[in-house]
Design a binder for this molecule. Structure first.
Ligand code: ZN
Length: 199
């Protein structure tokens, strides 16, 4: 990873919290997933009761309002309201469980299948060069909503490190997110119809 700017370059707030910026994988992931915690701390979607967590509420909304791209049997795909990059998806089990080991075999299988489809869809729509895929387990590991498991799928493009810090804490216009959702939902329906191994 190359660092943007040089000495005197003003770093966005969330990067200040990163103790070591050696450009290694751990640093990249810390950059990647810290913004969500901050976004949620700012108040939007904050839980007010045991089952008021965003990932429990989102499936009760319309696809458009919830930014839902696809609904499966046990898992759904939703756009992140605070994307780290364009097309940042989250794959989330409907069940309110915190830990990967809490998932049933069926949920693990569908979470995996949704992750594959998310990659195909985002690649087909945006030509992403790569992805960061993964989940933070526990708030100590950076999970913004530690009580409800969610897997991130963040598309990456060569050179995107230069603008990511700029958009990392910037609220994307709701209309942009709505258009992105519609685009991905259409592509998802097509990709999901293709048997595994043929796409
Ligand atoms: Zn929940």
């Amino acid at each position: 990873m190359t660092e943007e700017g040089g000495a005197g370059h003003e770093a966005p707030a969330y990067r200040v919290a990163v103790p070591s910026d050696d450009g290694g994988p751990a640093t990249v992931f810390e950059h990647l997933w810290t913004p969500y915690r901050m976004a949620y701390i700012r108040g939007e979607g904050n839980p007010t009761g045991t089952h008021d967590f965003p990932f429990c509420v989102i499936p009760t909304m319309s696809d458009e309002d919830g930014l839902i791209v696809a609904r499966g049997t046990t898992v759904f795909a939703v756009l992140n309201l605070y994307p780290y990059n364009a097309g940042h998806l989250m794959l989330v089990p409907y069940r309110h469980v915190p830990d990967y080991t809490d998932l049933t075999a069926d949920e693990v299988a569908e979470l995996g299948a949704f992750t594959q489809t998310a990659m195909r869809v985002v690649r087909s729509v945006s030509g992403a060069h790569g992805f960061n895929i993964g989940m933070n387990q526990g708030s100590v590991a950076g999970a913004g909503i530690a009580d409800h498991l969610h897997q991130h799928a963040v598309p990456r493009w060569g050179g995107d490190t230069n603008f990511m810090p700029v958009i990392g804490l910037t609220r994307v216009l709701p209309q942009v997110l709505r258009e992105t959702r519609a685009l991905l939902a259409d592509a998802w329906a097509t990709a999901a119809a293709v048997p595994a191994g043929e796409a």
